[in-house]
Design a protein around this ligand. Sequence first.
Ligand SMILES: [Zn+2]
Length: 482
Amino acid sequence: MATTVFIPTPLRPFTDQQATVQVAGSNVGEVLQNLVAVHPELKNHLYNAENKLRSFVNVYVNDEDIRYLKKEQTAVGAGDTVSIVPSVAGGSPSGDPAAPELNNDEVRRYSRHLIMPEVGVAGQRKLKQARVLCIGAGGLGSPASLYLAAAGVGTLGLIDFDAVDFSNLQRQVLFSTADVGRSKIKAAAERLRGLNPNLRIIEHETALTSANALDIFRDYDVILDGTDNFPTRYLTNDACVLLGKPNVYGSIFRFDGQVSIFATKGGPCYRCLYPEPPPPGLVPSCAEGGVLGVLPGVVGTIQATEAIKLILGAGDPLIGRLLLFDALDMTFRTLKLQRDPDCPVCGDHPTVTKLIDYEQFCGITPQVKAADAGAVSPDLEISVTDLKQRLDAGDIWLLDVREPREAEITKIEGSTLIPLGELPKRLDEIPTDRDVAVHCKSGVRSAKAVNLLREKGFTRVRNVRGGILEWNARLDPDQPTY
Ligand SMILES: [Zn+2]
């Protein structure tokens, strides 16, 4: 007994343009298997590599979604209809008549897209119509924004308030050596306009805060999270959930990357994955722990890929899946993620219904913030020239809390190396019968060490102001800086 299967417009090229197909089978699974047996090109669009129905393909029997019936075991008989309803994030794949036309320059520029069935003129017009916001113009924002601009995403927003630092150039490919010291937003906008003058580049030269996030996000279709700190990550997530904007998440550390898409309708959010932030100081930042320069290139480019797929409504987006990339093993793994019905922001009974204080949420108290900024009270500091005198006199003990790799680059003669992360369990190595000076690269980590040691009862510790960078600049200019 044949069942009528309704084929949606984007899939009709694979059924010889037929809107309905008569297929035999006693349940939905059999009907769909028989359908792809007759029209094998459909298979890729309906099934994934594990031969499971793709997550964005919804199937209805008459007017009921089979997820709430017996899924693919749902029985069908004479007179029943089966409808295939692919979800499309960016509007209808057949094209949005409101999307702007392409000019001749754009037709030439995007010709490699226009000949692809998954993009075509309709898809390229959707890209032109689309508005994507990159949070951060750093390691992830650099490759992501370059590829989004090259691909023709018509409105590209960037939010950042930093200046380009020399140590950014190892991975932040938006910037050139001549940009060091310039505003990141200005340098990035110039580079992106040079790459593609057809675009509208919007410069948000500000810190993202609970006060401005909703207003900034509101004008965009897709948010790309390229942040490097937990408060902004939770803020970005919550703002996306509250506004219903997809959050293309990426994160990097040393050789490891993560990518997913959060905050889509019915999909999980970042808080479903990580309900609580780690305590401050537990997870080192890239500035402290390092990052392989090319890693954000891989992760940011995957984020750009997912953003473009969302706009086109093409393929199988990383919704409900966490992609883990290990550059050392060169492996990609995907873990399944589900929306947590008890999630405080996207769950069934949310407790977070407006943006909160994310620094407080992440445990960043004014004391932690001061220590993060390298602040200890001035009487607990020692200048590099005083330190030199005391070291020459042999009446002070010098502790270096940097990582061993940094000490290989440059170190102060006579110092003892205990990386900040190991300090809590190596307190017995710190002398209590004499003055102790603590240094790191620039004075931030050593300020944390001084605060930690004083909490533990070491009263004779001081922070070396400006760290080894200051020491080398003033006293040992032949030493390298890093
Ligand atoms: Zn959630």
